[in-house]
Design a protein. Structure first.
Length: 379
């Protein structure tokens, strides 16, 4: 069967991480754009990507692209695609998408045109005027950028950040895909002590545990494409077996602390749901007095920004006190801290070795990275 093309939307700033993941899964022709990564693969790669991607937001199967400067262009371009090869007669096929820098700026109008075009094509193929839409969900997604329309099927359903372990969260939760990105950007792979002194509901520490074990983040959830007629159930079982075969055990030191006992209790509950409660621990602790005796380790954390949880002055005071505590750690500790505060480095008391622009929801942030000097062997 000929290769399929996939589009993997990502949070801005983590595209290269998703691209690396796809290459490690042996996907072909990986191409990076702002906010998304393209690649090529086969039908059986749909389960593999959905189960194993840590930093991608969803897996979209690209059905076709064409110029669309008018509604007639859009209708005819959509109708020309072989929808009957993918969508069965009973399928439910809603449409959603976006338009940027294009003549066709009305998203509702584009949705309506695309729906009519697909229904026209399927109705002719199946010999019926009205399609029942009582079956499995085949979510159609479209993007129109600079007058070029791309039509896709969403294989994931709920976004891939919904791992299945966090039924509820504390105030200002961190998306799981962003948490995994922070851990990967820190260079953590399971060998060093790992700490999150502002752990909240535990997302960063849990993602670190999944990375340490090399456990596929999607094993505890379901996906839309599991109900698709052209994708064999056996492919999903094989992909899950393959993912579990890649896991490994080890002795890990993963810790999360928070001053709020309710947050810590929730973090512990989430760790159980993620099946990693045996390799990490959470404690009620004040980040302002954080200290560890080890010569080296990694801190990855997302403290309050002073925008949603605390007042700005309170956040600055917290940064200042945490900065003092961090300076008492051995020089082998690296610190990776996400914040939107424009004066973070001043209040923390030290300029970062590296800053990386990221987004937490709609909030523009920087990942402030302070490199530790890991002791050399024999010292």
């Amino acid at each position: 069967m000929e290769k399929l093309r996939f589009s993997i939307p990502t949070l801005l700033g983590v595209e290269s991480l998703a691209a690396d993941e796809l290459r490690r899964m042996n996907l072909e022709n990986v191409q990076v754009e702002n906010g998304r990564v393209f690649c090529e693969g086969g039908i059986s790669d749909i389960p593999r990507m959905n189960l194993r991607l840590r930093t991608g937001e969803r897996v979209l199967m690209v059905l076709g692209s064409f110029p669309a400067e008018s509604f007639d262009d859009l209708f005819e371009g959509v109708k020309a695609l072989p929808w009957e090869s993918w969508i069965p007669k009973e399928a439910c096929f809603p449409v959603k998408g976006f338009s940027l820098n294009s003549k066709l700026a009305s998203v509702p109008a584009c949705q309506s045109i695309i729906k009519k075009a697909v229904a026209s094509r399927l109705g002719k193929a199946y010999g019926c005027e009205t399609l029942p839409e009582t079956g499995a969900l085949y979510q159609i997604q479209f993007s129109i950028m600079k007058d070029k329309a791309t039509l896709m099927l969403d294989t994931s359903g709920a976004g891939l950040y919904k791992r299945g372990y966090r039924a509820q969260g504390v105030v200002a939760p961190l998306r799981e895909t962003l948490a995994a990105s922070l851990v990967l950007l820190s260079g953590y792979r399971g060998k060093d002590p790992f700490c999150d002194p502002f752990c909240g509901s535990g997302t960063i520490a849990i993602e670190a545990a999944l990375i340490a074990k090399n456990r596929a983040p999607g094993l505890n959830r379901t996906f839309s494409a599991q109900k698709w007629s052209f994708l064999p159930t056996q492919d999903w079982l094989q992909a899950a077996d393959e993912a579990m075969d890649l896991e490994f055990d080890g002795n890990y030191d993963i810790w999360g602390g928070d001053i709020d006992p309710a947050a810590v209790a929730l973090a512990q509950s989430n760790a159980v749901k993620a099946d990693v409660e045996d390799i990490l621990r959470f404690e009620v602790a004040d980040a302002r007095t954080f200290w560890r005796k080890e010569d080296y380790g990694r801190i990855v954390t997302n403290p309050p920004y002073g925008e949603r949880i605390m007042e700005r002055s309170e956040a600055e005071g917290l940064y200042r006190e945490f900065g003092k505590a961090a300076r008492n750690l051995a020089p082998g500790w690296s610190i990776n801290l996400l914040s939107s505060h424009t004066e973070f480095e001043r209040t923390f008391g030290k300029s970062a070795d590296k800053k990386r622009k990221l987004y937490n929801g709609m909030i523009k942030c920087d990942l402030f990275q302070y490199r530790g000097k890991k002791p050399s062997k024999g010292t």
